[in-house]
Design a protein around this ligand. Structure first.
Ligand code: ADP
Length: 483
């Protein structure tokens, strides 16, 4: 009888000793850490262990941060040459690289994402954003954005919890390169890497007040948005909060960019390379636990290959390693918070009750922490809520199509328009489809690829403006079109 070989993975945990987490943090204002008044716990979502106490910024903290940013803008940063500003950005980028393991461990502990992803994606890309924008700082006059591009002044920046350090880099690097100073608020569940970044600013001897970090929840965010001393708002988060912000800034002179939700179509045509497509589907929806605004959360599959793709997909999903995010072999980590887990459970229960068929990969979920097995729903129709609303978790809704036009119609039938994927061996079909799709970022025969040089942003309810590349830079300069 032939014996089946099976290879088990031994645990390969990353060392936690690389980081030292203080029991309590304040804010970073005017180049110094200052005490907060009220605090709330930040936990490791994989274990529910309390990691530290984070300050909830109030009016006086936001006032102090805006004042520091404004002073730094008028007295230092706006007077400095682009070449000098660029040196600081290069310095920050290099320190982030030097301290990359520390950042990766801290991100994984606070966010729940696998160490493999924080180490290989989040942190290197964050450093790359600083390197890229460092290069622009002394070349703004040659960026095709006007002959004398001017910064806005003080940028208020509010970021989400799914890529805490990376979203900080997307916001801070272009703002500083363009000559703005910033007041940034990380998300309430993931403040630790932003506070470590504050240390990097000190280490780089960035002039006091150029970067200010105020921690807190939505109420702190609202104080930043509504502060009269803020000249530009950059927000990444839910469409719901994006709409509140758009309303708040409408009667003001504040410039605004919004990077909001998505419900991306990942379209697989019958002539696609099947095995590669299956990898692309998995990467599209299970990367970062599906906590990705541009996740390929709607699989739009040509009917003729649907059975084959779904069988291969289930086999592949059964091999996804779910568990300890600090283990270097882990593919899928913890859901970032209990609230998010409840949202995922609620929407998937609606999927069941509306008649879609649920299949989850067999896996042992840890007893503590917040977990959700990789899941697909088949038999999904366009009317189902799981085809329309962002689940923001490791859950894929599968729809099928017969003709290319039907694929496009289904893909575009969404209030969002952030990203899309096309899988086909035919270049002409890829080009045709990409021209029909109403989405800001379109990947062909790949998914979830990011680069600081490439603009990122959405159509419709996915937001306003672009981040990254020359387009992203323009959002931090006065009087330049954002699109
Ligand atoms: P998610 O649903 O992904 O948590 P949110 O849009 O609620 O996204 O949060 C994204 C960021 O926006 C977080 O930093 C959060 O604290 C902040 N935020 C929430 N509500 C508001 C608000 N009304 N004004 C400004 N910022 C807010």
């Amino acid at each position: 009888m032939e014996e089946k070989l099976s290879f088990e993975y031994a645990p390969a945990p990353e060392s936690r000793a690389l980081v030292s987490i203080k029991p309590k943090y304040g804010h970073f204002i005017g180049g110094k850490f200052v005490a907060g008044s009220k605090h709330f716990p930040t936990i490791n979502p994989a274990t529910e262990e309390v990691l530290s106490q984070i300050a909830r910024g109030g009016k006086s903290d936001v006032d102090a941060a805006v004042k520091a940013a404004s002073k730094a803008y008028t007295t230092t940063w706006s007077k400095m040459s682009g070449k000098e500003r660029g040196k600081y950005l290069f310095r920050i980028a290099r320190i982030m690289q030097e301290r990359s393991r520390e950042f990766a461990v801290l991100e994984t502990l606070d966010n729940g994402k696998p160490i493999r992803e924080s180490r290989d994606v989040d942190v290197p890309l964050a450093a790359a954003h600083f390197f890229y924008h460092a290069g622009w700082a002394d070349k703004l006059e040659y960026a095709g954005l006007g002959t004398t591009p001017k910064a806005h002044g003080v940028a208020g920046q509010i970021i989400p919890w799914n890529f805490p350090l990376l979203m900080l880099a997307w916001k801070v690097a272009p703002a500083l390169a363009a000559g703005n100073t910033v007041v940034l608020k990380p998300a309430e569940t993931t403040s630790l890497t932003a506070l470590l970044f504050a240390e990097v600013c000190q280490q780089a001897e960035l002039p006091a007040g150029v970067v200010n970090i105020v921690t807190g929840d939505g109420s702190t965010g609202a104080l930043i948005v509504n502060h009269p001393g803020i000249d530009k708002i950059a927000f990444t988060g839910s469409t719901e909060v994006g709409k509140i912000i758009a309303r708040a800034v409408a009667p003001t002179n504040k410039s605004v960019t919004l990077e909001l939700g998505g419900k991306a179509a990942n379209i697989i045509f019958e002539d696609a390379a099947i095995d590669e497509s299956v990898e692309g589907i998995v990467n599209g929806i299970f990367f970062n636990q599906g906590h990705v605004c541009c996740a390929g959360s709607r699989l739009i599959l040509q009917e003729s290959i649907a059975d084959e793709v779904l069988e291969k997909l289930k086999n592949r999903m059964a091999k996804i390693r779910v568990g300890d995010p600090m283990d270097k072999n882990t593919d899928l980590g913890a859901i970032n918070s209990k609230e998010q887990l409840l949202k995922i459970r609620e929407l998937t229960a609606v999927g069941d009750s509306e008649g879609a068929q649920r299949w989850s990969a067999p896996c042992d979920l840890p007893g503590k922490g917040f977990w959700f097995a990789p899941t697909i729903f088949t038999g999904v129709t366009q009317a189902h809520r799981i085809a329309r609303e962002e689940i923001f978790g490791p859950v894929l809704s599968v729809l099928t199509f017969r003709t290319p036009q039907e694929a496009i119609d289904k893909a575009n039938n969404t209030p969002f328009g952030l990203s899309a994927g096309i899988w086909s061996e035919k270049g002409s079909k890829v080009l045709w489809a990409s021209q029909q799709l109403r989405a800001g970022v379109i990947w062909a025969n790949t998914f979830n690829k990011f680069d600081p040089t490439s603009p990122f942003g959405g159509y419709k309810e996915s937001g306003w403006g672009r981040e990254g590349g020359r387009h992203g830079l323009s959002a931090y300069l006065k009087g330049v079109s954002h699109e």
